[in-house]
Every structure is written in C-alpha cells, then in structure tokens.
Design a protein around this ligand. Structure first.
Ligand SMILES: CNc1ncnc2c1ncn2[C@@H]1O[C@H](COP(=O)(O)OP(=O)(O)OP(=O)(O)O)[C@@H](O)[C@H]1O
Length: 190
C-alpha cells in the first residue's frame, strides 16, 4: 500500500492498521517543489500569480487529498511546465510563518525530461546557468539550500519567516544533510 499523504514515498511500510480515511492535516500544509537540472543549467519558473508571485522557484504546489507527494510533484510539473520527468526525492523543507499553517515541502530533482517545456498561467519557465542562479529574485533562504540540491546531497531544513505586509522576512533557518553524501532512494519514473 502507498504511504499516507504527507509521508515520503521512499518510506517502506512495516505495519499498518485501522480503518477509514486518514484525518486531514490541520496544522501542516503539504507542498511539492521540482527542480530540473541538466549539465550546468537549472530550470526555474517565474511565478505569475499566487504565493511567491514575481519570484523564481521550482515547479510545485499543494498536495491534494488522497494524492501521494510523488504524484503531486509529477502533476504540478506537468501543469506548470508542460513536461514529465523521473523525479528523485532529495529533501524536505519546513517553512514556518506565525499564524499560518506550516508548509512542509518535499523537494524533488529531475535530471532528464520528456515533452516540451511550456509556459503556463502560473509559471514562465526559464533556464539559468547554475553559476548564475537569480537568488535575489527567489525566496530568501533558497541561496542556502539550493547548492545542496545541486551537489546531490539529501537534505532537510527549516526556515522561519515573519510576515510584514505582503513580504516574508527571513528570521531564522537551519539546514542539514543526511549522512550519505549523495541523495538516494525514491527514484521513480513517472
Ligand atoms: C513561506 N512558505 C513558502 N516559502 C517558499 N516556497 C513556498 C512556501 N510555501 C509554498 N511554497 C512553494 O510555493 C509554491 C506554492 O504553490 P501554490 O501556487 O500555492 O500552489 P498550487 O499550485 O497548488 O496553487 P493553486 O491553488 O493551484 O493556485 C510551491 O512550489 C511550494 O512548494
């Protein structure tokens, strides 16, 4: 059986039981984010609406009820960039803003893709050299963890922001790499 919503697909089931639907998360909202990396380039999307408008980010969004994180990541990549890709789960980030639900974000990396990269209502895709990532036009903590994704580390982290008007001001952050130096597991073709 697939893991319940919110549990990474890489986790192998040992024991499960009980009945009915999983309770909906009240305090945490689950998101995905996909970064396509090829040679010395990374594909980012310029967000045209909603959360993070006018910033560059990976392709992602909310995990829908009864959808696995991997399925959500593949769906958002298709909806926002028009492509499919084998996705590798490389990290988990928790973004905390006082008064909001915590954002739990599963981060995936793709090294190849199928289809034609296409602009959507939400995102305008654009390739950048990995030596020239537009960190000044991204979420403020991205400069600290995106290098871990590029160096093929498996990472976890937490970022606390304070909301001031429409902007999110970075207050505190923590990132860690997992013991094996290269990311691993959860690789699956879509
Ligand atoms: C402080 N908190 C945060 N900091 C940085 N990034 C954040 C974030 N919280 C969510 N994210 C990412 O931003 C995108 C949101 O996507 P968002 O447009 O809200 O989702 P979705 O596509 O489902 O939206 P619609 O409801 O269809 O409009 C998605 O990549 C998600 O990983």
């Amino acid at each position: 059986m697939v893991p319940p919503p919110g549990i990474p697909d890489a986790v192998a089931e040992v024991n499960t039981g009980g009945s009915g639907e999983w309770f909906p998360a009240e305090q945490i909202r689950y998101y995905t984010n996909v970064f396509l990396v090829q040679d010395d380039k990374i594909l980012l999307g310029y967000k045209k609406r909603g959360l993070g408008i006018h910033k560059y980010n990976g392709f992602g969004g909310k995990v829908e009820p009864n959808e696995s994180t991997l399925d959500a990541a593949a769906r958002e990549l298709q909806e926002e960039a028009g492509i499919t890709a084998p996705l590798e789960h490389v990290g988990v980030l928790l973004f905390v803003v006082p008064g909001d639900k915590w954002a739990h974000i599963d981060i995936f990396r793709a090294m190849e893709y199928s289809g034609t990269i296409t602009e959507s209502d939400e995102m305008r895709p654009e390739w950048f050299k990995t030596t020239n990532i537009p960190f000044d036009d991204m979420w403020d903590a991205d400069r600290y963890w995106l290098p871990l994704l590029l160096s093929e580390r498996h990472f976890s982290g937490r970022v606390d922001f304070e909301k001031q008007g429409d902007s999110f001001v970075l207050k505190k952050w923590w990132f860690g790499i997992h013991s094996s130096s290269k990311s691993q597991g959860a690789s699956k073709s879509t």
